[in-house]
Design a protein around this ligand. Sequence first.
Ligand SMILES: NC(=O)c1ccc[n+]([C@@H]2O[C@H](COP(=O)([O-])OP(=O)(O)OC[C@H]3O[C@@H](n4cnc5c(N)ncnc54)[C@H](O)[C@@H]3O)[C@@H](O)[C@H]2O)c1
Length: 255
Amino acid sequence: MSTIQGCVIVTGGAQGIGKGIASHLLENGVPVAILDCDAEAGEECLRQWNQHAQRMLFTQTDVANEDSVRSGVDTAVERFKTIGGLVNNAGIATAHGGSVETLALEDWNRVIGVNLTGCFLLAKHATPHLRKSRGAIVNIASTRALQSEPNTEAYAASKGGIVALTHALAISLGPEIRVNCISPGWIEVGPWKKSSRRKEARHSDADRLQHPAGIVGEPQDIASAVEYLLSESSRFITGQNLIIDGGMTKKMIYV
Ligand SMILES: NC(=O)c1ccc[n+]([C@@H]2O[C@H](COP(=O)([O-])OP(=O)(O)OC[C@H]3O[C@@H](n4cnc5c(N)ncnc54)[C@H](O)[C@@H]3O)[C@@H](O)[C@H]2O)c1
């Protein structure tokens, strides 16, 4: 059983990595509040995890909208009283991609709004509750905070912002609240999508073997680290960026 006291808010917890995190926490006896904008996916989680009904809630929330975030946090507090952790996981990729010369300001703003401003808004509204419980925050960044493919400016900037926001919050909110981030590499989320979007994981040997660890990551690889960073076991760790990418960012790739 986990040492986490109170409920953990998981944004974007209805699918993908966030769903893997929510599932892992519930299996370890931790109550979970899923704040996600996708009602179909959220309702599916409630049905799928019926055995955990007493320990979970889903509330439809847009993390980029302050009123929606305030209401999502209030709903979690009303139901569970104590908030012991916050996982800022909700994220989107650049809506239409394309070169920096054609990237619409609206698309740039939406990616920054969901990925980065969302982390700020959740931290802002959850902090009074996390102070009381001496809880912890884990933000989900990306290895794209550190390295890029072409035409990914908005996403990379949002994730770099999360790494910086993490150490800023750790300094502002300590010692009551610890704040860390995780930068995942390639995590296969196909099997963790809502049923209308679910896809079987299919990887070639090349997909796997390009990783020094020899595998493509799964949500469970991130979930177990989130649980660690929220728990007492990591009490001396704050402001850090834990890279979980099968070793990809340590590989020299000169042709
Ligand atoms: N999958 C990867 O390989 C990978 C790698 C590095 C980082 N990440 C990061 O991990 C996080 C999860 O990614 P994923 O691959 O599981 O994505 P996903 O698309 O499978 O799931 C994201 C979830 O967030 C929700 N969401 C999107 N916008 C939202 C909003 N405005 N408000 C509330 N919820 C919202 C979606 O409805 C969805 O349920 C993201 O922050 C992503 O940038 C993913």
